[in-house]
Ligand binder design. Structure first.
Ligand code: RP5
Length: 287
């Protein structure tokens, strides 16, 4: 798949920062890389007030608060992973720099952490089958079998996406991927204890056969020059019909959930289309 070390971000160079009226400085594509000289580059700074007082959010950088960048920081019994999957990032005047380049905005926007904000995504796939005989359905043009994945429609922004979310402090990304899938695609927060345990067991069994297909930068519209999202994406594939009886129900940050046919023309949140392409390639499916 295309990796973000070779691709330039675009969704985080839009004119207006999401959920705000904050304008970004427009960064032309040839000026994205920090290595390209731009002596007058001085974008506005924006950090949402919604971060104030949140236990998961960093403070403003100051003499009293100076994170240890490029390391797993252990302070006051809290683990904060400030390591990037993209390798060591630069730190300029005490502020971490987005590893892909300029975004036209300083500060953290709505992201809690300075530097990498780690997320996890769970891509559950199955084959599209003929209801009558159970045979895989092939695409007419490519003659390849068609995959489906479980997608959710996000409450914020309405876009369709892979179920996923932020990794909690000290949490393993693989645990976060399962937790987010359960919350967003199976409404686990509203299940009775027994039902929850049964579903967690099923999801874990499926997850144990999963494969990590990507770990790195996400082109997310919330990224800034000093804070960005990186994800661990896991694909769990049901080769037969073992997930067909799963009861999908949107919960938490999701307002809809559905099995979605995989094609290259899907329009998805952030750079999730790249993760879906990697999954289609993995299974030699129609794209
Ligand atoms: C994306 O944002 C990640 O790939 C992940 O799906 C998501 C995490 O953000 P929230 O769902 O917590 O808003 O960049």
């Amino acid at each position: 798949m295309t990796t973000w070390s070779t691709k330039i971000h675009s969704k985080c160079r839009g004119e207006i920062y999401p959920r705000s009226d904050q304008k970004r400085l427009i960064v032309p594509i040839d000026k994205v890389k920090w290595s390209v000289s731009w002596p007058d580059y001085n974008p506005p700074t924006y950090t949402s007030k919604s971060l104030n007082g949140q236990p998961w959010a960093d403070l403003e950088i100051s003499e009293q608060f100076s994170p240890t960048f490029n390391e797993v920081e252990r302070k006051e019994y809290v683990v904060r992973n400030r390591v990037s999957y993209m390798g060591d990032y630069q730190v300029a005047n005490g502020y971490p720099l987005n590893p892909v380049g300029r975004t036209g905005l300083k500060g953290r926007g709505v992201l809690g952490r300075w530097g990498p904000n780690h997320a996890a995504d769970f891509i559950l796939t199955r084959w599209l089958r003929d209801q009558a005989n159970g045979q895989k359905i092939l695409n007419e043009d490519t003659k390849k079998p068609i995959l489906q994945f479980v997608g959710i429609q996000r409450r914020k922004g309405d876009e369709w996406a892979i179920p996923g979310g932020m990794v909690d402090a000290g949490e393993d990304p693989t645990h976060a991927a399962q937790r987010e899938f359960l919350e967003e695609a199976m409404d686990s927060e509203n299940l009775e204890q027994k039902e929850l345990e049964d579903i967690m067991k099923l999801v874990k069994e499926m997850f144990d056969q999963g494969l990590m297909i990507y770990q790195g930068y996400v082109d997310d519209s919330r990224n800034t020059d000093n804070a960005w999202i990186e994800t661990t994406a896991i694909n769990c594939h049901a080769e037969f019909q073992e997930v067909d009886h799963w009861h999908l129900k949107a919960g938490s940050d999701a307002k809809n959930v559905a099995w979605i046919e995989i094609t290259s023309s899907l329009n998805l949140f952030a750079s999730h289309i790249d993760l879906i392409e990697a999954v289609a390639n993995r299974h030699q499916a129609h794209w």
